[in-house]
Design a protein around this ligand. Sequence first.
Ligand SMILES: Cc1cc2nc3c(=O)[nH]c(=O)nc-3n(C[C@H](O)[C@H](O)[C@H](O)COP(=O)(O)O)c2cc1C
Length: 180
Amino acid sequence: MNIVVVCGTNREGALSRLLAAEVVETYHQVDASVDLLDMNELPAEALLPTAYKEQPDNVKSLVDRFLKSDGAVFIVPEYNGSYPGVLKLFVDMLPYPEGFDHRPCAFIGLAAGQFKGLRSVEHFQQVAGYRNAHLYPRRLFIGDSFRQFVDGKLADDELTERLKEQAAGFVEYIKAIKPA
Ligand SMILES: Cc1cc2nc3c(=O)[nH]c(=O)nc-3n(C[C@H](O)[C@H](O)[C@H](O)COP(=O)(O)O)c2cc1C
């Protein structure tokens, strides 16, 4: 099973990147093959006005990696009460309908503040749902982000456990809705 873990920001020093690395490790533990697709890989060419019609090769290669997945896990940081613009740009580069249609998607919110990425995830879920993705219902929300990592690792064992539960559940969900 191929899982793509999407780090939903290109911000230098983003904590989402640390979280994404932990999520990748968690999926390795359930024997999935994982591709970490970081929004910092989205090339500036994605901003060209022509990119929608004539997709630059370096954008297409990123899009193709996403399309290869059996399921996508989105790490969705909260920026200004929503999800980062670079993540929407990537979504807008995905082809219609196969970008999301019937693709199982799981979500993890991360925020500095007390709303724990609830808004960023729910805003993003609206887009994925609109595009007919299968939304895995067990989401994870992490607040107080700047206190959650020690030496680059999640410090809260309970959160680590919940990441594992989500991964195990998401893999079963994918098997159930995408039978071999
Ligand atoms: C442009 C920008 C806007 C942000 N807006 C919010 C916000 O509305 N609410 C919040 O709790 N944190 C906000 N933050 C803080 C992020 O949620 C915090 O940095 C968190 O760790 C996730 O983002 P990161 O992966 O970039 O670190 C914002 C950060 C940036 C860079």
